[in-house]
Structure formats: structure tokens, C-alpha cells
Write a protein that binds this ligand. Structure first.
Ligand code: ZN
Length: 114
């Protein structure tokens, strides 16, 4: 019998961290998990809510100060820009069906795995 190798151990650890569909979190916003900082590539997260509108900022800057990108963005404005751009560029039935599937899933309170 062969002893498990370090590589086999890594594979098992890797599998343990892969989310199964039932483990995915419900999305709070359509672009949750998709927005990245343009400077460092870290995720963007909710900073606060001002005048009823959520604002996001770089998580690396917020948590460690390692990123210099201090700008805060209005999440509603970002979503509007993204979806207006998608509508303008959805030119084939396949692309429209793909976008509608994501939107439908979100509206059902769905869990989206990309
Ligand atoms: Zn950053």
C-alpha cells in the first residue's frame, strides 16, 4: 500500500474547500462577488449606506491599508452602468438567454454559481 503523498493531501484539502451548490450563499446584489478593485484586484465590499444607497470600497484598503485606492463608489450607479452596458451589447439570442438566466435566478432569490 502506498503512503499518501503530499500532493494527495493537497487535493483532499482543495476538495474540502470547494463549495457545493447547497453551500453557496444567497446573493444580496446582482454583482455580489464580481466587482474587483482596479488597483490591487481585491474584492469590493459594502462600506456603508448613505442616503439609503449602499457604497462600496476595496476590501484590501479597508482591512489592511495595503491598497491605496481609497475611493468609495455608489453601488446603484455601478449596477445601472453595468446593466445598461449589457443591454446595449446583448446582440444575439444566446447572450440574451444567458443574461436573463442570471437575472431570473437572482429575482428568485437564487444561488448563482459561475
Ligand atoms: Zn485595492
Amino acid at each position: 500500500m502506498r503512503a499518501p503523498t503530499a500532493r494527495a493531501g493537497q487535493t483532499q484539502r482543495h476538495r474540502a474547500h470547494v463549495r457545493q451548490p447547497h453551500q453557496t450563499r444567497k446573493l444580496k446584489r446582482p454583482l455580489s462577488g464580481l466587482l474587483k478593485c482596479g488597483c490591487c484586484g481585491a474584492g469590493m465590499a459594502i462600506k456603508d449606506t448613505r442616503k439609503g444607497r449602499q457604497r462600496i470600497q476595496c476590501t484590501q484598503m479597508k482591512e489592511t491599508g495595503a491598497c491605496a485606492h481609497r475611493r468609495v463608489y455608489d453601488l446603484d450607479a455601478i449596477e445601472r452602468t453595468v446593466f445598461d452596458g449589457l443591454k446595449a451589447n446583448l446582440t444575439t439570442p444566446d447572450l440574451i438567454a444567458l443574461a436573463e438566466g442570471r437575472k431570473d435566478s437572482f429575482e428568485r432569490g437564487g444561488r448563482i454559481v459561475l
